[in-house]
Design a protein around this ligand. Structure first.
Ligand SMILES: NC(=O)c1ccc[n+]([C@@H]2O[C@H](COP(=O)([O-])OP(=O)(O)OC[C@H]3O[C@@H](n4cnc5c(N)ncnc54)[C@H](OP(=O)(O)O)[C@@H]3O)[C@@H](O)[C@H]2O)c1
Length: 249
């Protein structure tokens, strides 16, 4: 009979690419059994379970919610996207899809995953927000501000029961995110960029330290610290000079 302890199980949304894929590689290397969720079908693997789900679709979301309810050691709510256009140039359906993915899916999956973790007094949740969540720049940043606020409030509640809930706030990270959002990033200086592997490594180090907030990169920590001290009116004026989205077509 095997005496090996059972492998911890991690479910990651938006696991096909970018930061989600980097987290999946690291968690697999640490011995986790993976459940990878993405909108696109993921290649089948003997070593992990895959779920094809568009998390803005209520039926697909319910399938992933059930999987979370059945007991996980780690939930990573990472799936996300940016709009190519400003608020009033964006179809309301696209705004609602973002609100569903960044807020409703994070809310529902966290709500489903936490009770078994709290019962066992172990495990945790990582919610990928953004350093933009500290800056009032768009509906994207507003949704990520919600993720930070929700995550920190939940972390305060679960911490005494041994369950870590952490908001991950990356800055500019070299993934397909900006191409999908059709953003022109050519003016962003090289030193401000991080790789998805660097972001994922810092996230898991901070999670192991039971932090409720992880901001990879000293420059991003500086941006977040300044954003929290500047008057909102000044932040809004500064941000108006740095919009990377193309004008409406
Ligand atoms: N890259 C950055 O500079 C940056 C900075 C701060 C925060 N973030 C955040 O980091 C997270 C990961 O983004 P990334 O940079 O790694 O970009 P990415 O490579 O584009 O990854 C995003 C993942 O989310 C998935 N996804 C999008 N909509 C979905 C839906 N409706 N249902 C299920 N999955 C969906 C995508 O699948 P498809 O391929 O099918 O679209 C993709 O696998 C996001 O929450 C993003 O907001 C990124």
């Amino acid at each position: 009979m095997s005496t090996e302890p059972p492998r911890p199980t991690a479910l990651i949304t938006g696991a096909a690419s970018g930061i989600g894929a980097a987290l999946a590689r690291l968690l697999a290397a640490q011995g986790h059994r993976l459940i990878l969720v993405d909108r696109e079908p993921l290649p089948p693997s003997s070593d992990c379970e895959t779920i094809r789900a568009d998390l803005t679709d209520p039926d697909d979301l319910a399938v992933v919610e059930d999987r979370c309810r059945s007991g996980l050691d780690l939930l990573v709510n990472n799936a996300g996207f940016g709009h190519p256009t400003r608020f009033l140039d964006t179809p309301i359906e696209a705004e609602i899809a973002m609100a569903r993915l960044h807020m409703e899916a994070v809310l529902r999956l966290t709500h489903a995953a936490l009770p078994p973790m709290l019962e066992r007094r172990s495990g945790g949740v990582v919610n990928t927000a953004s350093v933009l969540g500290f800056l009032p720049s768009s509906t994207y940043s507003a949704s990520k501000a919600w993720v930070i606020n929700f995550t920190q409030a939940t972390a305060k509640m679960t911490r005494p029961q041994g369950v870590t809930v952490m908001a991950l706030c990356p800055g500019f990270t070299r993934t397909g995110f900006h191409d999908t959002a059709r953003m022109d990033m050519t003016k962003v200086p090289g030193p401000l960029w991080m790789s998805p592997d660097e972001v994922a490594e810092k996230a898991l180090r901070d999670f192991a330290k039971r932090k409720s907030l992880s901001i990879p990169g000293w420059h991003n920590r500086l941006i977040a610290a300044v954003a929290r001290t500047l008057p909102p009116s000044l932040t809004i004026r500064l941000l108006a000079t740095t919009d990377m989205r193309e004008p409406a077509r």
